[in-house]
Design a protein around this ligand. Structure first.
Ligand code: LFR
Length: 478
């Protein structure tokens, strides 16, 4: 029995977390050691991620892990949000800061891409909902802006693994969100890449979830705990990682992975690439189980967080838990908004954007002055719940399944108001999944490599058993 610890790094759009798994009487115990605040940064009209800040935060977290684990650290896994990437120079360094997927450069890039391959064809080939945030459209934006066609790129979680000493790969679940993977073969869709005018030479090799991509190298290895630490690509896509933390059969359960976004769907064995699925906004993304995470990107906590940023800039600094509690007492609300409006996915002026959405819905607007913040919060939560209900109805008709319950994972699972409103609008019981689902899934995949070969049928079963042993949600939500 290898008593060494493991580290999971979970890159989130709002914060990046470093967690440690240690053994107590041969039972795994997870502690979050370090949290680095994150968020897109604007620079000369574009939105980027503060890569250096993220990397130094990750390093600080790893140093804390080494201090806390004299028994040594067997492996490190990294997951994070999908689609964003860095291009690498010949010596493996980022050529520039990574763009944030919310940057508006992909609006025209997607229009251009569609003259080369239309959205319907993209969806049929790749199973990926053609969202403007997808890597495919971002790579086109690069093309339109200059001549980076041949420069190798790597998605962000895999970049962190690469920076720590791993080789340049694209982990399967994360690769599927690029919009460039063939839904049948699970490998790069050469035809799509060619038709879009992108370079096959620039893409990383696709590897299955759980692949060892190298050994930790560099300054950290002078710490005794890191003398011999492997780097593992778990499910590098945070959503697939969160879904890997679900330890029960999912046939009659719909999930909502709730963070900046709400991913509303279920796991299916065979992809659904019909026109109906495309039009209803669904995507088929790789799951650790070998099946597909079939879901739709619904807006999420982004709207509230953006409002809070705006209020804070005006000196109205609010506590989110307090705000949610007060939102519970707001009655009636001016109306519901369509959370799918493209403007609500953009950065800045969020309370004004919400008022515009209310106006569009024919409702009264909210006076954006001190004391009225809970009304905004309530409108956001009620509208999200309404959006979930619509998505769920489509999910049932597209999959032919009937759902008996909804499991909310991620930060939103601890928002009792959102749970209550979701129960009300869907008519289904809502249960809590893991609040740190991506971290738990990340560890479950790392532990599965102790007993099964990634990419083999036994691997998924092993991940599920570990997810079960790691599970803490049932007590936590009671
Ligand atoms: C969630 C997530 C979603 C993806 C979006 C952008 O954090 O990874 O699954 O659609 O972020 O990458």
């Amino acid at each position: 029995f290898d008593k060494r610890a493991h580290v999971a790094i979970d890159l989130g759009a709002e914060s990046c977390r470093v967690s440690l798994l240690q053994w107590r009487n041969e039972e795994p115990e997870v502690t979050m050691l370090h949290r680095v605040p994150n968020g897109p940064v604007e620079d000369i009209g574009h939105l980027y991620w503060p890569l250096n800040r993220i990397l130094s935060g990750v390093e600080e977290g790893l140093r804390k892990a080494a201090d806390a684990a004299p028994e040594g650290i067997a492996s490190i896994g990294v997951d994070g949000w999908a689609v964003d990437y860095v291009r690498l120079s010949e010596d493996g360094k980022p050529v520039s800061a990574p763009f944030c997927y919310r940057d508006e450069r992909t609006v025209s890039a997607k229009t251009e891409a569609e003259t080369r391959v239309n959205a319907g064809e993209m969806f049929r080939r790749t199973g990926a909902q053609p969202l403007r945030i997808n890597t495919a459209y971002q790579l086109i934006a690069d093309l339109l802006a200059g001549n980076e066609r041949e420069t190798p790129w790597v998605l962000l979680p895999e970049y962190v693994l690469h920076w720590l000493g791993g080789r340049r790969v694209a982990e399967y679940t994360n690769a599927t969100h690029t919009g460039l993977v063939n839904v049948e073969s699970g490998d790069w869709c050469e035809r799509t890449i060619e038709l879009l005018g992108l370079s096959l030479a620039a893409v990383p090799e696709i590897v299955p979830s759980g692949s060892v991509v190298g050994k930790l190298s560099g300054a950290l290895t002078s710490l005794p705990a890191f003398a011999s630490t492997e780097l593992i690509a778990p499910a590098c896509h945070d959503t697939a990682s969160a879904i890997a933390s679900i330890d029960e059969p999912i046939e009659h359960t719909a999930y909502i992975v709730s963070g900046t976004w709400s991913l509303v769907g279920t796991v299916i064995e065979k992809p659904v690439c019909s026109t109906e699925a495309q039009q209803a906004g669904f995507t088929n993304q790789g799951a650790v189980s070998g099946g597909y995470c079939f879901h739709r990107n619904v807006n999420g906590m982004w709207m509230l967080k953006q409002c809070m940023e705006h209020w804070a800039a005006e000196g109205r600094v609010l506590d989110i838990a307090e705000l949610i509690a007060q939102a519970g007492n707001v009655d009636p609300i001016p109306g519901l908004i369509d959370v799918d409006l493209p403007e609500l996915l953009l950065a800045g002026n969020m309370s004004a954007r919400i008022n515009e959405a209310l106006r569009l819905a024919g409702s009264n607007t909210i006076d954006d002055s001190a004391g009225h913040e809970p009304i905004f919060a309530r409108v956001i939560f009620a509208s999200l719940a309404h959006g979930y209900a619509n998505t769920l109805r489509n999910l049932e008709s597209l999959t032919g399944r009937t759902f008996e319950q909804i499991m909310i994972l991620g930060g939103g699972s601890r928002n009792a108001l959102l749970r209550k409103l979701t129960e009300k609008s869907t008519g289904l019981p809502v249960i809590c999944g893991e609040v740190e689902g991506s971290t738990i899934g990340n560890f479950a995949v790392q532990l599965a490599t102790r007993e099964a070969q990634p990419g083999t049928p036994g691997f998924a079963g092993s991940v599920r058993r570990w997810a079960h042993r790691l599970g803490s949600h049932k007590e936590a939500c009671a």
